[in-house]
Design a protein around this ligand. Structure first.
Ligand code: GRF
Length: 198
């Protein structure tokens, strides 16, 4: 088995990146992590990469309004590592077509709700969980999906559910959803890599 090469893009603490790197460290996992990229020099995910001996790269997006040019530079960095699959893990930028098109059907994202509900522009972080609670939903969860030209609109690959509990706050719901994220993201990546022919 030739392991697929995976790059992770993250902007924050990187608990999903950690879950992915932990999974990929297993000998029988069909992929290995070749790069962690962040748009934020202070992102906690960079320390996670170091912990796993994974190469990391940073291109500070602060003050960059040239979205396409920025993404073209990110793409050049990524391509140096020849990734088969790219995983967004709390990457707080909406990608321009230059990146989306380069990794068509090989670019994954995780979203902390049961898409297609509670997705789209402005639906990130606590906003998502707040909206779920305000809508009186009985359940929430997480979704791994392919990235297309829309926001949270690509084909759904895997979902995991949690029950909304009486007295839940956005924070308590987020914490339970995050636990689900940590098992569905590696599982979705495994299934995608196993299904890849080349
Ligand atoms: C997660 O909730 C994920 O669903 C969303 O961003 C958050 C990232 O968390 N896309 P972490 O940095 O992986 O802990």
């Amino acid at each position: 088995m030739t392991k697929k090469r995976v790059a992770i893009l993250a902007s924050g603490g990187g608990s999903n990146a950690l879950a992915l790197m932990q999974a990929m460290a297993a000998p029988d996992f069909p992929a290995r992590c070749v790069l962690v990229f962040s748009n934020k020099p202070q992102a906690g995910v960079l320390a996670r990469a170091l912990q796993f001996g994974v190469m990391s790269a940073v291109l500070d997006s602060n003050g960059r309004s040239d979205r396409e040019e920025y993404d073209a530079q990110v793409l050049a960095l990524l391509l140096e590592q020849k990734p088969d699959v790219v995983c967004l893990a709390g990457y707080m930028r909406i990608l321009t077509p230059v990146l989306v098109d380069a990794f068509k059907d090989r670019l994954l994202n995780i979203h902390p709700a049961l898409l297609p509900k509670f997705g789209g522009a402005g639906m990130y972080g606590q906003h998502v969980h707040q909206a779920v609670l305000e809508a009186g939903e009985k359940e929430s969860g997480a979704t791994v999906h392919l990235v297309d030209h829309g926001v949270d609109s690509g084909r759904i690959l895997l979902q995991g559910k949690v029950a909304v509990q009486a007295g839940d706050t956005p924070q308590s719901l987020a914490a339970r959803v995050l636990e689900v994220e940590h098992w569905i993201y590696p599982q979705a990546l495994r299934e995608l890599c196993e299904g890849m022919t080349r």
